[in-house]
Design a binder for this molecule. Structure first.
Ligand SMILES: NC(=O)c1ccc[n+]([C@@H]2O[C@H](COP(=O)([O-])OP(=O)(O)OC[C@H]3O[C@@H](n4cnc5c(N)ncnc54)[C@H](OP(=O)(O)O)[C@@H]3O)[C@@H](O)[C@H]2O)c1
Length: 186
């Protein structure tokens, strides 16, 4: 059965997912009078579970309002010993090499995974474990911060699936990994 690891993320024009202080207020600066979800609902409806880095988990824990996910959340951390008790029914800790983490989640029946967090996405990309990239570019230059992309051991080719402009301002492009007949190994 196929498995898919997808990224759905917003960046500045210069490729940052958070500013130098980890801030993400700029993500909400574009007027959105009708409360468009920018395709997030459709994307989430196709996701079985989330895998996020500890930093993103801690950001989400700091959000006002109810817990934002219906799907199970798996938090990558080598430092956390356990998920804080107040989130124990919402998130689980996972550790180890990414192929082993993925195998564990597949055994649990989670096959369409939403991968979130800058360092986390970069780690998945370094091992060529991302299949879909949906990147929404916002019209701002942050000049520094947490980058979406980092160094890779080799080129990774993608095919363009679609591009959509939201709110006359946000350019959302969907790319699919092209592996030239070589399937992903896990
Ligand atoms: N623009 C957007 O759409 C968007 C989306 C998501 C997040 N963000 C922002 O991005 C920031 C978080 O991104 P980030 O790059 O700092 O971190 P991250 O990927 O969320 O978390 C990194 C942490 O995950 C843990 N980890 C364990 N195994 C890992 C592995 N194999 N690969 C990578 N990480 C692993 C490590 O935690 P330990 O140190 O505990 O071992 C590492 O320090 C936050 O400011 C968040 O608000 C923005």
């Amino acid at each position: 059965m196929t498995t898919t690891n997808s990224v759905f993320i917003a960046t500045s024009l210069d490729g940052y997912i958070a500013d130098r202080h980890g801030g993400i207020d700029w993500l909400h600066a574009t007027p959105n009078p009708n409360g468009s979800d920018l395709g997030y609902g459709v994307f989430m409806s196709g996701s079985d579970a989330l895998v996020m880095g500890r930093n993103t988990f801690e950001t989400v824990c700091g959000f006002d309002g109810p817990w934002p996910y219906e799907q199970p959340v798996f938090v990558l951390s080598n430092r956390l010993l356990q998920i804080p008790p107040e989130y124990a029914d919402k998130a689980k800790l996972v550790q180890g090499p990414l192929p082993e983490v993925l195998a564990q989640l597949h055994r649990l029946g989670h096959r369409s995974l939403y991968i979130d967090g800058g360092r986390t996405i970069q780690a998945f990309l370094r091992e060529d474990l991302i299949d879909e990239l949906i990147v929404t570019r916002l019209p701002i230059l942050l000049g520094g911060g947490i980058p979406l992309f980092g160094d890779l051991p080799e080129h990774l080719d993608w095919t363009h699936v679609s591009t959509r402009v939201w709110l006359d301002a946000l350019v959302q492009s969907h790319y699919r990994r092209v592996r030239k007949g070589v399937p992903r190994v896990c």
